[in-house]
Design a protein around this ligand. Sequence first.
Ligand code: SAH
Length: 359
Amino acid sequence: MEKIDIKSLSFPELEQLLAGMGEKPYRAGQVYGWLHQKLVTGFGQMGNLPRKLRERLEESCFLAVLETAEVKVSQIDHTYKYLFRLADGNVIESVKMEYRHGSSACISSQVGCRMGCKFCASTLDGLERNLTASEMLEQVYRIQEQGGGRVSHIVIMGSGEPFDNYENVVRFLRLVSDERGLNISLRNITVSTCGIVPGIRRFAGEGLPVTLALSLHAPNDKVRQTLMPVAKRYPLEEVLAACREYFEKTGRRLTFEYSLVKGVNDNPGEAAALAKLLKGLHGHVNLIPVNPVREREFIRSDKKAIHEFKGILERAGIAVTIRREMGQDIQGACGQLRRSFLKKQEDRSPGLGKENEGG
Ligand code: SAH
């Protein structure tokens, strides 16, 4: 019998599981509290449960727990980069940023990614697998346990495309915002997508008031297609119509992410076109100087070009910010830490190529 991923169960599902074991209804609240508030890493720690029940849970369920493989701490601004090892040996990246108002966790939704965006390191080796809801929760739980302070904000902006793992992401959002768990406000959570139209539409109907961030990166399909293969599938017109629908249904303003790449999408004409494109949409633009990825030839726009670009948007009445760069000294773009870790492992065991693994 396959074991149940108990940390991915909703409260009603947990109630059902325990009722099926012949347990009293109040046990569900106790177990849920151990899992999602006390953040235990083993059934043995569930102190107020009878030993018999702990043993039965151990037999039928497993507890997803992430192991910390590496932590890098920025000496500049206390940004933490974590490499977590999953039960199957895969590793993923998460980041904690400390702000005045609390801590924000940036988490991954997949191991690798299959979207193929040209400037992104997470996608270089393709998609390995989806993360479960419990593995997403665990990133937040381990960050909170290790860092001390409460995680108040979450951004799903690590590796992976959230709408390519739709069900697990929605399950995660409901669990992490549950008042019997960490109770993180959905208004403090951002989901970032490369623009999968059916995903945006469906998400608009979930009744989850999270902030949606759209990775735009170009003011027209032609340039966008050179950076993001997904743009060939979903033209901008459809993507922005879905964004408008998201605002209308949820009342939540959107964020448009725009990574500035020198000579590719950063000229004044492109800024003006972007302003025109976004006129009347309820959102703001977040300009991100591109993080150079070793395997690619993209160069970040220079400071002057970035400020000029910003000025054009502002004068056209578009709200715009330049992303504050955190953890510069431990940086490396999204997915780079994982790649260098995997590379190190490979170097340590020469001859043990991918084809020999897991056989
Ligand atoms: N799949 C989601 C989440 C990806 S990461 C999405 O596409 O939105 C979050 C943001 O970082 C995205 O806007 C992504 O395009 C951007 N990004 C990825 N690599 C980058 C890099 N090297 N430099 C700047 N931005 C990058």
